[in-house]
Design a protein around this ligand. Structure first.
Ligand code: NAD
Length: 298
């Protein structure tokens, strides 16, 4: 297929190379021409603007820093919209604003063009090894049509939902990853300052429920999706005791634990509601009440 690729940085560069290597006819552009050297060396063609890339392509990918650059390339002067022929599919791989993606999709739809948001996860190593997770939002039929091309850049390509859904999933993913890093920092500084060696501590956590991914892969589908906070696997009063012991340890050893202290207050609130004999997952219900939404899936 005739494919365009714009934004050849740490992520876009290796992704574009895989698309060239998969045998497609690829046209590339980056505001820094030198960034295109690896793809040009593999047989890709250079175009002088996003508009020229669009004119040469049936599918155009962008992997750009953020919303400002995506808006300029998708809708701006000498941008994709000015070069695109009817039926072109534009796929944004950047971590971008769902609101902007939906706006671009509306504008493109009026011109008979298709848009998918397809942010990626896995970092430059995943991009180099083509092992990225690709989270796709947009029209299902368009997704099915371009899936073989997406398979060239990642081995975990998944359809998430309507336009903007990929971007939302990616932002939720990164928010959880960033907060997980903060709670790991609290936990590991607590453990090490209280006297445990770093590696045995890491291994103990890795071997436990957290390391086995039970929160996301067991608790969420089996408890939260069913709203089953009353089958008691681990009582709230026991979890409240445990986070209380951990925060007491933090105070003994002068370890600040902001995130753990906020979470402890949620457990205190749930206890005060008389939920001590419900399951320890029941604080999830508190957040659902605050957010005004239930996370259920049949
Ligand atoms: P990067 O800065 O390495 O690459 C961005 C490229 O876009 C550069 O080559 C730059 O010259 C080019 N560019 C910028 N503005 C442009 C414009 N107006 N027109 C044409 N080219 C332009 O960034 P990256 O690390 O490759 O990230 C790209 C996207 O992927 C970002 O949205 C990022 O959040 C996301 N992402 C990054 C990682 C990571 O680990 N680096 C992981 C997942 C997702």
């Amino acid at each position: 297929m005739r494919i365009g690729f714009i934004g050849l940085g740490n992520m876009g560069g290796p992704m574009a190379s895989h698309i060239v290597e998969a045998g497609h006819d690829v046209t590339v552009y980056d505001m820094k021409k030198e960034a295109a050297a690896p793809q040009l060396g593999k047989g890709a063609r250079w175009a002088d603007s996003p508009m020229a890339v669009a004119a040469a392509s049936e599918i155009v990918f962008t992997s750009l820093p953020g919303p400002k650059e995506v808006e300029a390339v998708a809708l701006g002067e000498a941008g994709l919209l000015q070069g695109a022929a009817q039926g072109m599919v534009y796929i944004d791989l950047s971590t971008n604003s769902p609101t902007l993606v939906r706006h671009i999709a509306e504008v493109y739809q009026e011109r008979g063009l298709h848009v998918l948001d397809a942010p990626v996860s896995g970092g430059p190593i995943g991009a180099q090894q083509a092992t990225l997770a690709v989270m796709v939002g947009g029209d299902r039929a368009v997704y099915d049509r371009v899936k073989p091309v997406l398979d060239a850049i990642g081995n975990k390509v998944s359809y998430v939902g309507a336009i903007g859904s990929g971007a939302i999933a990616k932002l939720v993913h990164n928010m959880i990853a960033i907060c997980t890093q903060a709670i790991l920092a609290e936990g590991l500084t607590l453990g090490v300052k209280a006297g445990v060696e770093p590696e045995p501590l890491r291994k103990a956590i890795a071997d436990g429920a957290v390391g086995q991914g039970l929160m996301l892969n067991y608790m969420v589908p089996n408890v939260v999706f069913k709203g089953d906070f009353d089958t008691v696997r681990f009582a709230l009063r026991l979890a409240r005791k445990d986070i209380g012991l951990a925060s007491t340890l933090g105070r003994e050893y002068e370890v600040p634990m902001k995130v753990a202290n906020i979470v402890e207050q949620d457990l205190v609130e749930a206890m005060a509601k008389g939920w001590g004999d419900r399951d320890s997952t029941v604080p999830f219900q508190l957040q659902e009440e605050r957010a005004g939404v239930k996370v259920r899936q049949s």
